[in-house]
Design a protein around this ligand. Structure first.
Ligand code: NAP
Length: 348
């Protein structure tokens, strides 16, 4: 893995795009060589086009990069996409058609039957779907997606529970404002408030999770039969989506067995030693008042899902609180882990 591959980021100026630029700095396999944005940013130096909002300084080598138009054929072969959904269908499709490997955060292609929707610890084998894209669409390249941010954390926390016969799940999310991009939710709507509706979010949590937990057979994914009922809320938190989860399991397992399954959960990224893979993708916290976004979300590079308050549920079988970093494990870090898997598996 000594060869360093040049990659690009389209949508590099936005909330997720900035996380890409931060996380790619010093990456052992990938070097940021191209940034692209809308007409608003095109032709500007990155430091002038991207109003930097991360706590760490903008990487020096990104500062002077000139933001390009996302023209197919002009950037490197591997391109991360943090594009707004309103433009992702057209731009990502044109890039893939022209031969780019697009590793996307946007929702547009996630549920297409020939597009992998990956959480590498859970369903790395779904990557094989990319082989269908050339035949079905005539693309010289391909699109691989990561899920909606809340879905990543739910799918990771539920994946080890499949062994106990996962039947049904209720989940209520408390989602950070950074999940809405920039400028996102108006301050007058969110300060001191909880907004009990995020457009399209509950549907994505329900459908994407079932697809990720599903099985790939004969080139198609059969979604997991688990029934999921989601409610999503926006809360005045900067980063970190918290989820209150109750799961009904076929087996009447005790909580200790569930905790053991969560704490020992690992997958392809850990086996392959991918650079962004945490040693333990799920970390169980024993303190009664954790996880909390402000105290836990930046731990372990933002790539871990923290599970706490695991206990029996008088309505379902078990209940717990999960927390993940929405712009890292839920977005840019997820896509970089997908690209690392693609590189390790010979796709990139
Ligand atoms: N925020 C999260 O936690 C999160 C998590 C998971 C997935 N996502 C998904 O990731 C994507 C980016 O989200 P975000 O929160 O980073 O949004 P954002 O802050 O609004 O950024 C949107 C980006 O899209 C670019 N863009 C818009 N129109 C364009 C065009 N016509 N051509 C080229 N670039 C264009 C913008 O470039 P300019 O600045 O140059 O206009 C900007 O870089 C979305 O699809 C979102 O649903 C976000």
């Amino acid at each position: 893995m000594s060869e360093v591959i040049e990659v690009g980021v389209v949508g590099a100026t936005g909330t997720v795009g900035q996380q890409f630029v931060r996380l790619l700095e010093g990456h052992p396999w990938f070097k940021l060589a191209w940034v692209a944005g809308s007409e608003r940013s095109e032709g500007k130096r990155y430091e002038d086009a991207a109003p930097w909002r991360l706590a760490t300084p903008m990487p020096d080598h990104a500062r002077g990069m000139v933001v390009q138009a996302p023209v197919a054929g002009q950037g490197p072969r591997g391109i991360f996409s943090a594009l707004d959904a309103s433009v992702a269908t057209e731009i990502e499709g044109a890039l893939a058609e022209a031969g780019h490997l697009v590793v996307s955060n946007a929702r547009n292609y996630r549920m297409e039957p020939d597009v992998p929707l990956l959480v590498p610890e859970v369903n790395a084998e779904h990557l094989a779907l990319v082989a269908r894209q050339a035949a079905a669409r005539g693309w010289k390249g391909a699109i691989v997606t990561n899920p909606n941010c809340s879905t990543v954390f739910l799918a990771m926390a539920l994946a080890p529970l499949r062994a106990f016969g996962l039947q049904s799940v209720t989940v209520t999310t408390m989602q950070a404002v950074s999940g809405a991009g920039y400028p996102g939710v108006a301050s007058l709507d969110i300060v001191g408030n909880v907004v009990p509706f995020i457009s399209g979010e509950e549907e994505k949590l329900e459908s994407e999770t079932k697809r990720i937990l599903g099985v790939l057979t004969n080139g198609a994914v059969t979604p997991h039969p688990v029934v999921i009922s989601a409610q999503t809320t926006r809360v005045p938190v900067l980063d970190g989506h918290t989820e209150s989860v109750s799961a009904t399991l076929e087996q009447k397992v005790d909580v200790g067995a569930v905790r053991e399954a969560l704490a020992t959960f690992a997958g392809s990224p850990q086996r392959l030693g991918l650079p962004s893979a945490p040693d333990h993708p799920i970390v169980c916290l024993g303190e009664a008042n954790r996880p909390q976004p402000r105290l836990d979300v930046e731990r372990d590079g933002g790539m871990v899902v923290f599970v706490g308050r695991l206990r029996p549920c008088p309505v379902a079988t078990v209940k717990f609180i999960a927390l993940g970093h929405n712009t890292v494990r839920g977005a840019a870090g997820a896509a970089i882990l997908n690209a690392e898997l693609m590189k390790a598996e010979g796709f990139l």
